[in-house]
Design a protein around this ligand. Structure first.
Ligand SMILES: [Zn+2]
Length: 375
């Protein structure tokens, strides 16, 4: 099963506004570093494409899409669109990323589905924008590409699909859309909404409704989750989940904001733990469809997704960054919030030392409660 990375250097120009947490284009940076380290062959890279209207409307409302297109044309907020669609805000600003960047990321997630069904291991790092609602932007997300990808799988005849979300934030847009659907099981591990975005959704008691009752599982966690705790939860839950629903296919959202360097989340994973989680999921579920997600420390993010790519493409992980890759990362215009923290290791090596530790009683109890909710 050969690996394919769906990407584009076009993201370099499809940016969010200055001062936005996503202002630094992440996918083009990943591609540059992969090239610098000679970890990506020409035939492994698939140029992303825009999503088509028919693909988009399987998830999104027509008038919302028209509004995004109109605002993109003038790069301004029209009429009452801010109130109606939550666009043109600090969180979801008007920028080239809003429409064209999202169209490209969403088309690329559809490509990932197509490549998977053709027998490839496909990774779309621009995907995973899990907060968007059918007619409302939310949490930096305008188009819900995981939702569109899941709809494509349903159109393709899959009847039991698992969606696994490792992002530090709950996947409210995806959960909401499939909440009454027993064909898509949504499983998310995230910071508890008690203290983290999206604040209202992501609790353990949200288990689906109607036909979808029992097809939604949330693990809302306290701050400070370490590698041991994160891996414990996956080991404890995923095999049971697999035997309960017997998925024919799964989509994995690989947001990197659970990493310890990320300033928008309070989890403490090393990239070793993140990679180990990825390995564990593939051990249990086999090959899936791989999407990106959140991640606001661009350098930590590139390092983590580079590890994922090495695994997918059966490459050894280089111990050190070469000079070329190091220069690219050093030239990223990103300032650490906490100047006292020494992050120099990020520019030398790729794989971090594990951040293992005690598995808190609270974490064990969440796992037990979650297991009791599985059919
Ligand atoms: Zn996130």
């Amino acid at each position: 099963m050969p690996a394919k990375l769906i990407g584009s250097l076009a993201y370099k120009n499809l940016r969010y506004t200055k001062n936005h947490p996503l202002r630094i284009p992440r996918v083009s940076l990943l591609l540059e570093v992969l090239h610098a380290l000679e970890l990506l062959e020409k035939e492994e890279l698939v140029e992303g494409r825009f999503a088509g209207w028919e693909e988009l409307t399987s998830f999104h409302e027509w008038d919302y899409l028209v509004a995004l297109e109109e605002c993109d044309r003038c790069q301004c907020v029209k009429g009452d669109y801010r109130e109606r669609f939550n666009i043109g805000t600090y969180e979801n600003p008007i920028s080239p990323a809003m429409w064209k960047g999202s169209l490209l990321a969403t088309g690329s997630s559809v490509q990932a589905v197509e490549l998977f069904t053709q027998g490839f291991r496909a990774f779309n790092p621009a995907g995973g924008m899990h907060h968007a609602y059918p007619s409302r932007a939310n949490g930096f997300c305008f188009l819900n590409d995981p939702g569109v990808a899941l709809q494509e799988l349903l159109k393709g005849g899959f009847k039991s699909i698992l969606y696994v979300d490792l992002d530090a934030h709950h996947c409210d847009g995806v959960q909401d859309f499939f909440y009454e659907d027993d064909r898509v099981f949504v499983f998310s591990i995230h910071q508890s909404p008690e203290y983290a975005f999206p604040f209202k959704k992501g609790y353990l008691h949200e288990t689906g409704e109607g036909r979808g009752k029992g097809y939604n599982l949330n693990l809302p966690l306290p701050p400070g989750v370490n590698d041991s705790e994160f891996l414990f939860l996956i080991e404890r839950i995923l095999p049971a989940l697999k035997s309960a629903i017997k998925p024919e296919v799964y989509v994995l959202q690989l947001g990197t904001d659970a990493l310890k360097e990320d300033y928008l989340s309070k989890f403490n994973l090393s990239n070793w733990g993140f990679l180990k989680a990825f390995d564990l999921i593939r051990d249990v579920l086999g090959e899936g469809i791989y999407l990106g997600g959140g991640g606001y420390h661009p350098i930590a993010l590139v390092r983590a997704w580079l590890l994922v790519w090495c695994r997918l493409s059966n490459r050894d992980i280089p111990t050190f960054l070469n000079d070329k890759a190091k220069q690219i990362l050093l030239s990223v215009d990103f300032e650490e919030f906490d100047e006292d923290v020494d992050r120099s290791y990020m520019f030398e090596r790729l794989l971090d030392t594990p951040n293992e530790g005690e598995v808190r009683r609270e974490i064990v109890s969440i796992a037990e409660k979650a297991l009791s909710l599985l059919f």
